[in-house]
Design a protein around this ligand. Structure first.
Ligand code: PSV
Ligand code: MN
Length: 408
């Protein structure tokens, strides 16, 4: 690795911030059941504490995404926002992306903004407006809309009516954000199936992009890496969205089959590298600094079996490793190979970067920032997971709870 490559990777790492999901520290599971962990967080404060610990170990996670119904006692109450903001500060982090929840209440059986029931659509908008006020009050910069809307059977509902109602809704929330919440971004997430199994109202990046274009310039597409059908070329989606100025951010996770929520890079690290490579290429082509593209990198994983803190530290380190590798690609040589039609030469440049050992770069970066050289080893050495397990199990017993709080 040349000094130039080493320095570019170091510089990119400085700008690479990864937002942690509050729900990734709580007990979650599959639809077949949940396996509770003593150390799982069951209060908002515990979730923020754990996120703060991951940030302390990795130096890369200053913000925490929150789910409105799971993290705020009273979403409509400004005092509850102030309290959460204060708790985040106490644990050395800030509140990041706001995730409204218009999918778990009974009135959303047939959908939220796409429901044939006008009252459900109205309730969804009321909750979203409360979430916008909350986002502003906690000092967040974005709101992510993920809808479980869809149908299970052909003929169940009118697909165009549903999408047209959704278009109106995203325009309304975007306008409210522009008016009341300066500098905020509306992120629109897509998912091909689950929980709906015949059609999903925002199935893919094309539908997300259509909604963003209709909503306005502060709306961008949110790419959850697990929300694609097998074989999908995610890096191409990323390249095209960057080209159109509509890539808002990511929900990182890995998958083998569907939306498996496995640890990033655990199944296919080369796929993650290829995504980062498109981002690095975009930055190079547009004269941005390494890591300079304005993208919200977020984790969206549920660790049903792995200890949650360990899984999160592992994810952040893996993301940093694969990100650093993308900045080793020799872009000038790649352009030359591409224009000469040297397919093997071009591919080899990518493979060489992917195969390179970036441990020295990561170590140098961590040393520069006074961080442990190996955050996961440090977490294990500290024995904090066992300590938290004891403390939290005792606290739950005192509150009369058998297991930690459960989430959808
Ligand atoms: C839905 O599968 C999703 O990816 C959305 O981002 C939700 O906010 C998150 O998972 C948690 O349910
Ligand atoms: Mn997601």
């Amino acid at each position: 690795m040349s000094k130039k490559q080493h320095d570019a990777a170091l510089e990119a790492l400085d700008r690479f911030k990864i937002e942690l999901p509050s729900w990734g520290f709580a007990d979650t599971g599959t639809r077949f059941g949940k396996f509770f962990q003593d150390a799982a967080a069951s209060t908002t404060e515990e979730k923020l504490h754990d996120a703060g610990l991951v940030h302390e170990l990795t130096g890369a996670c200053p913000t925490v995404a929150v789910h409105v119904l799971w993290d705020f006692d009273e979403p409509g109450n400004p005092d509850s926002a102030a309290a959460t903001k204060k708790l985040a500060k106490k644990h050395g982090v800030k509140i990041g992306c706001i995730n409204p929840n218009v999918f778990q209440d009974q009135q959303y059986k047939l959908g939220s903004f796409c429901s044939p029931d006008a009252n459900a659509r109205k309730d969804a908008m009321k909750h979203t407006m409360d979430s916008i006020a909350l986002g502003k009050a906690v000092g967040s910069k974005s709101m992510a809309m993920w809808l479980a809307d869809g149908t299970n059977y052909p003929g169940q509902d009118n697909l165009r009516r549903r999408f047209n109602d959704l278009k109106k809704a995203v325009r309304k929330m975007h306008d409210k954000m522009v008016k009341d919440w300066k500098g905020s971004t509306l992120l629109i997430e897509y998912k091909p199936f689950e929980p709906a199994f015949y059609h999903t109202d925002i199935p893919d990046w094309g539908a997300s992009l259509l909604l963003c274009q209709h909503a306005g310039k502060n709306a961008k597409v949110l790419v959850d890496t697990g929300h694609h059908l097998p074989g999908c070329n995610i890096e191409q989606i990323v390249a095209l969205l960057l080209n159109e100025g509509r890539l808002g951010g990511f929900h990182f996770n890995d998958r083998k089959y569907a939306d498996d929520d496995l640890t990033l890079g655990s199944i296919d690290p080369y796929a993650v590298f290829r995504i980062f490579n498109e981002i690095a290429q975009f930055e190079f082509d547009t004269g941005k600094k390494p890591g300079g593209a304005a993208i919200d990198y977020m984790v969206d994983q549920s660790h049903n079996l792995k200890p949650k803190l360990e899984a999160m530290v592992q994810t952040v380190c893996e993301a940093q490793k694969l990100f650093a590798k993308a900045y080793l690609v020799d872009r000038a040589a790649l352009a030359e190979a591409q224009s000469a039609g040297d397919i093997v030469g071009a591919e080899t440049l990518l493979k060489n970067a992917f195969d390179a050992d970036v441990t020295p770069v990561l170590k140098a970066w961590r040393k520069q920032h006074g961080l442990p050289a190996d955050p996961l080893r440090e977490l294990r050495r500290s024995n904090v997971v066992a300590r938290l397990g004891k403390e939290r199990a005792r606290a739950r017993a005192e509150r009369g709870e058998v297991a930690s709080a459960s989430y959808a």
